[in-house]
Design a protein around this ligand. Sequence first.
Ligand code: ATP
Ligand code: MG
Length: 259
Amino acid sequence: MPSEGTTVLEANALCLRFGAVETLKSVSLSVERGEIHAVIGPNGAGKSSLLNCLSGFYRPQSGAVRFLGKDISSLPPHKRAALGISRTFQGIQTYPSMTARENILSGFHLRMSTGPFAALVWWGPTRREEEEFAARAEKIIEFLELEQLRHTPVGDMSYGMRKRVDLGRAIALEPSVLIMDEPMAGMSNEEKEDLARFILDIREGLGIPVVLVEHDMEVVMSISDRVTVIDFGEVIACGTPDEVRTHPAVIDAYLGDAA
Ligand SMILES: Nc1ncnc2c1ncn2[C@@H]1O[C@H](COP(=O)(O)OP(=O)(O)OP(=O)(O)O)[C@@H](O)[C@H]1O
Ligand SMILES: [Mg+2]
């Protein structure tokens, strides 16, 4: 087990119910510094629910979520985001009439509206802040190779490029951890390869650990350091891609012959 101090985000024995449906049954997961941690499992297993508990959109009935050792279970999503827990959503979340650059800049507004000077937000950012944000947006544009599309409205972009812009928005605030729910869904193979490369770069170049739910097993097995497998709201395995790939319960529940 990793020593104390390396855990960035942690779910401890989360139980989540919707009426009579037990969506998560004592689910635990830890995201360590510098790792890409995938969560896999059949449809309806509870993967998105787990991510929603980490980001604060769902409140489990019991269990705790900790960020850098601090219990954040009672914090709403925007406060968790302000602490450095960033996420991308399934589908398209960018503003279609805004350019790539403007969408990425929108990622900075969060800090303005939730920081210690939130009461002053209606004055807008100061000139110095605006310049700082512009410079950082430019760095992200280069990092994600969006230079050619800097001033293109995202509504005119391919699905894959829009997702890339959304990723730029999510990393704008230099988060401590990035949560992604099925980032590759609906992408072409080429778009998936590009995104996989950027996820690796985010971990290596920016030092941001990533927790992602993804159904594309080729991608999961090639980029993840660890994989947690959920079935019917329970963790049935957690380990390296090789460990889970050959785990009998995982093969039974999810991978079948595909592994
Ligand atoms: N807001 C909600 N209200 C009621 N039930 C919900 C809610 N969110 C999730 N559930 C239920 O919890 C269970 C797990 O759903 P969840 O979306 O977490 O699955 P998943 O593993 O992400 O599936 P998929 O691979 O299809 O995205 C399902 O039975 C779902 O119907
Ligand atoms: Mg889901």
